[in-house]
Design a protein around this ligand. Sequence first.
Ligand code: ZN
Ligand code: ZN
Length: 757
Amino acid sequence: MTKQVRHLFEKIPQPVLAFLESSSFSSLSKTRQVHAQIIKHGAQDYAIFATNLIASYSNHHCFADAEHVLGSIQEPTVHSFSPLIYALNRYNHFSQSIRVFSRMMSNGVSPDTRVLPNLFKACAGLSALEVGKQIHCIACVLGLDLDPFVQDSLFHMYMKCDRMGDAREVFDRISQKDVVTCSALLCGYARKGCSDEVMGLLVEMEKLGVEPNLVSWNGILSGFNHIGCHKEAVMMFQKMHSEGFCPNEVTVSSILPAVGNSEKLDLGRQIHGYVTKQGLIKDKCVASAMVDMYGKCGSGYEILKLYDEIELRETGVSNACITGLSRNGLVDKALEMFELFKEQKLELNVVSWTSIIAGCAQNGKDIEALELFREMQVAGVKPNSVTIPSMLPACGNIAALIHGKAAHGYSVRAGTMDDVHVGSALIDMYAKCGRINMSQLIFFMMPTKNLVCWNSMMAGYAMHGKCSEVIGIFNSLRKTGLKPDFISFTCLLAACSQGGLTDEGWKYFNMMSEEYGIKPRLEHYACMVNLLGRAGKLEEAYDMIKGMPFESDACVWGALLSSCRVHNNVDLGEIAAENLFKLEPENPGNYVLLSNIYASKGMWTKVDMVRDMMKSLGLKKNPGCSWIQVKNKLHMLLAGDNTHPEMNRITEKLVEIGMEMRKSGYHPNLDFVLQDVEEQEKEHILCGHSEKLAVVFGLLNTPKGTPLQVIKNLRICGDCHSVIKFISGYASREIFVRDTNRFHHFRDGHCSCGDFW
Ligand code: ZN
Ligand code: ZN
């Protein structure tokens, strides 16, 4: 102690000295008092006083005061800076802590082995790799990089910054490797999917005498699971088990998703046995992971059994049940369970509601999906950006435009319109509801588009038979640099086939593999067969099927059979039908098509034969059925349904229209009647087609000029097509008809499909 300092000590009152010498600090006000005393006695220049003050201010969160004191020291040391750096780190003020460090360096003060770990921790917290590397260099120059605490913090910094190579280098230099560091490295390798490195490190650990513990194994499993390396996760789980480790809750919840995704049902059942024996099923993560695993392995019924075993009634587990059951087509069971949850007053969150809504929409329960969406809002649960795209397909399927519009409005208010999933689902919904202009508008307004958005727009245009628009969108898509996928080409080929663009069809079919390396799939062949078939090139279509590199499926043969129906080709029609009878013996549509071909040629014995075949198989013709929305209510009309209360009015109107049509030179196309009956009777049967009934029902029940929208569960027949065309002109109505294949937009006596569908 210099003379000067000793002199100062003599002047400063005893309590202040006591404070300065003690390392524990009392209150902030005490600190301030002492600070004032120091200034009063002109002692602030002396590092020994200042360091304690800095520490005191830092511990009281007064970083500005601490920095102020730091600035007043003429010759600060590392001990002047370190308390501030520690405190800043402790409160996660990482960038401030790095800033203080750089101030320290510019004062010519070097870090020590106590401050360095704090700096690496700050770099890790900021993922500031470059800064971290520079500090690493400084540590090397100072010869401090062999300190175990420095090494440890450096290792974790590199791990955090995702630099496995650098982390490994540090790891290799650590002299005393412990299980914690090894586990961290194992987990890091697993998260990168590096199974060789994981295995190698396990061998190395054995040599070093470091035994992996449960934490190490769980880290490996969750790492592989995280990155989707399911096979590796399952393999490591088996290794872990063979080495005598007993999985705990964490292990089981990490491995089950991998088991589910790789559909290893047997292993899943074994784990289930273990879980039951160990009583782990009481853990909610284990329980939901188990349900999820069965769902992914395709055993919906095992979920039901499992649910009885799980005593825990908890939201996460319940959500997993709903999703698992819906995924396996057991949507009725899912609905039943959901009702039960409501009765049991279980807390249902947005995930619960979204799961059941999605389950319904994906399994043909469209009306239920819409009803649940309404109920969810009544229950006060706010839909999110997953809920909306889950319910919109239901609106599209049944053309429930009003519900779709409401969901659109909701997304605008909730600010989720920029979400690509919401946007794509809206494009699709409006297209299916016949409002292709709205789809277009949403598409063009989307700030960012992914491939799903582009594909939805192309599919929408294709459904409406707008070929040139589909091609236009496709060309714009190519300009964006996004790579079209097989779905893009399906839309494109479907559009070409609907528009009868044979040359373009071939062009894109070849482009798909030559330019984009996409191997044509069955659906692409089906489009091509359709395209060739519609153009009357039936032999060429048949050659294409024969030349396919894989077995043809029902879609491809179905395309040929439908084309044979259009061109009344008996020989190829019989070949196609024979194959279809093998592939899907219970689909009545195929028998009807073949029978139609025979009927068109007057081959009535063959017609009878087909009918007998259907009868012996117990098949009934799928009844034609159409829906129309009038005054917010969906009305269903069945072919030949005499029980409908308005049937008399509808028939009268049809007769009137028929007379008008005949006046303008129209004759009904009697080819479209299946039965072997007298000509006049045939005309009567044609009158009963559901799409025509629905259109006339709409005419009678809506004000003049209202557009009509009809959905049909089968393909529209040629006769109905002509009649509806006539009605659109005669009654001056826009009429949208959506059949299983596409949209027909009738206006002023014409249809958007150009009579080609
Ligand atoms: Zn018809
Ligand atoms: Zn049409």
